[in-house]
Each structure stands twice: as structure tokens, then as C-alpha cells.
Design a protein around this ligand. Structure first.
Ligand code: SAM
Length: 270
């Protein structure tokens, strides 16, 4: 999988993409990241990438010419080809006005072999980029960042965890928060979700490690008694409880079994 980042601040990425799982995935050649300095695609002495907005108003807008030229130099497929379901490439404009980036979207984007991430700055990017160049706009949340670079790093980090082989233990990404159970390969259609095959769209269950007693705070007894069925049930119950408390909006679309509904009713009674 290859990411191409288009930015006016190439040095921004020193650090975020050089540690942990992303670094290891790059070293193992599971992931290739290229960073393109937008100023290299300008033709004036000052390497101008922005200009004042037509119609007046605050701030500056990233000009279309360097962005179009940069993408032409990368040889990306025409937009008509990129919007097809089997497209090998995608050109993404990071924008607070975009489709929300979620674990499900990250999973869907994995089908592309190459993803170009265009990072906006200032008041944003000339709209012709989203209308005629990018095949989608992605937002990482309902808030406004000062640039798309952080958003690009977040997209890459999230997707790297889903690249086969990037995690030491492939199962870890399957049981994480927001992971639809249907995506877990071992799930049998119609079977209820279990804590070992996807969170079913819920938040992850709580994790504990040694020491078993930290300053008088013991880990839940059930986790140290070795009864796998009890542990599975406790984890599912805890995931349901945490989701109900912190993200009740996730319960509605979640895949819930009859056992889940019973546990949820118990939790609500508590
Ligand atoms: N004027 C724009 C608006 O109100 O929608 C905000 C522009 S923002 C200050 C500058 C750039 O940061 C955007 O072009 C985009 O690339 C990036 N950005 C800001 N918030 C973002 C978000 N939530 N998700 C993804 N990118 C974001």
C-alpha cells in the first residue's frame, strides 16, 4: 500500500510516521510513504502556493495549479477511473467538510493500492480541487485544524494497523473499538459476536496488566481465575457498559446478540 502526501510542510511528517507500527510497516515494505512539497510545483521566484479569495474575505486559499501539477507528475489515473468500485487509486482531499473518517471507512479504503492525501492550509483549498481532482473529501472530526497534515497522519496511522502483517498479532485489530464484527474473518453468519471476533461496532473492553494489585487497586477477580467463558462474558458486558456510558450512539447500529441485549438490560437496571 502506498500513500502520497501533498503538503506545503513536508517536514511536518518527520516524527509522526517514523515510530512504532508505521515505522515497522515501512521497514517491512508493507507500506510506502512519499511526501511531495507543493512548492516544488510552483513557477515563480517566491514559490507561491496561495492567493487571496475571490469575492473578498479573510485569509488565503491554496491555489489549484500546483496541486493539479503535482498530481499530474504522480501519474494518477483520471478521476472517472478512480471513482469506480474497483479503483486501484484514490485521491483524497483532507477537509473538515468531508465524509467522516471512521474505522469502517479506513477498512474500505484498504482496497486501494495507492492513496494520495492532499493537505489543505489557511482558509482551505480552491474548490476546483474537490470538484475536479479529488475523488473524495475526508474529515477526521467535527472540528477545524489549521492544516490537513495531522489529519493525513491520522488516516495513515489508522489504516496501517489494518494492513495485513503490520500488527504483530492480526487479531488485535479485529477486536478493537468500532470494528464491525462482520469484518472478522472467523465470524459465522448469524452467530452472535464474541469478544474474540470484533467488537461488533462497540467500544473495546477494558484491559489490565500486572501488577494484579496496584496501590490497593486490584484487577477484576474474573480476569485472573482462568475461566475463559466467564472472561468472555465479563469483557462483553464491560464493552457494553462502557459504550452505553461514553458512546450510546454506537449501540443503535451495533450487531447485538440476544445475550448482549440481556446484558444491556441488566446494565441499564444497575
Ligand atoms: N475554511 C475551512 C472550513 O471552515 O471548512 C477550514 C480550513 S482549515 C483552517 C485548513 C485545512 O486544514 C483544510 O483545508 C483541511 O485540509 C485541514 N483540516 C482542518 N480541519 C480538518 C478536519 N477536521 N479534517 C480533515 N482536515 C481538516
Amino acid at each position: 500500500m502506498k500513500f502520497e502526501i501533498v503538503t506545503i510542510f513536508p517536514d511536518f511528517f518527520r516524527g509522526p510516521l517514523d515510530y512504532g507500527i508505521v515505522r515497522r510497516a515501512r521497514e517491512a515494505k508493507l507500506l510506502d510513504i512519499a511526501i511531495h512539497d507543493l512548492r516544488a510545483f510552483t513557477h515563480d521566484r517566491h514559490c507561491t502556493v496561495d492567493d487571496r479569495p475571490f469575492g473578498g474575505g479573510e485569509g488565503m486559499v491554496l491555489k489549484p495549479e500546483p496541486i493539479f501539477e503535482c498530481l499530474e507528475s504522480l501519474g494518477v489515473a483520471p478521476r472517472e477511473e478512480r471513482v469506480r468500485a474497483d479503483a486501484r487509486e484514490s485521491v483524497v482531499l483532507l477537509s473538515p467538510q468531508g465524509q467522516m473518517f471512521t474505522q469502517t471507512l479506513a477498512q474500505q479504503l484498504l482496497r486501494h493500492e495507492r492513496i494520495v492525501l492532499i493537505c489543505g492550509r489557511y482558509e482551505g483549498v480552491d474548490e476546483r480541487v474537490s470538484e475536479h481532482l479529488a475523488d473524495r473529501e475526508i474529515s477526521i472530526g467535527d472540528f477545524v485544524l489549521s492544516g490537513g497534515e495531522l489529519a493525513a497522519a491520522i488516516v495513515i496511522d489508522t489504516m496501517t494497523r489494518l494492513v495485513p502483517g503490520a500488527l504483530g498479532n492480526a487479531a488485535s485489530s479485529q477486536q478493537e473499538s468500532f470494528t464491525p464484527t462482520a469484518d472478522a474473518p472467523e465470524r459465522v453468519a448469524g452467530e452472535p459476536p464474541s469478544s474474540t471476533c470484533g467488537s461488533g461496532g462497540l467500544l473495546d473492553y477494558p484491559h489490565y496488566t500486572r501488577p494484579a494489585d496496584f496501590r490497593g487497586l486490584p484487577v477484576p477477580e474474573v480476569l485472573v481465575n482462568g475461566n475463559h467463558e466467564e472472561i468472555r462474558k465479563w469483557r462483553r458486558r464491560s464493552a457494553l457498559r462502557k459504550t452505553l456510558r461514553n458512546r450510546p450512539d454506537l449501540l443503535e447500529p451495533a450487531v447485538l446478540s440476544a445475550e448482549d441485549r440481556k446484558l444491556l438490560a441488566e446494565i441499564e437496571r444497575e
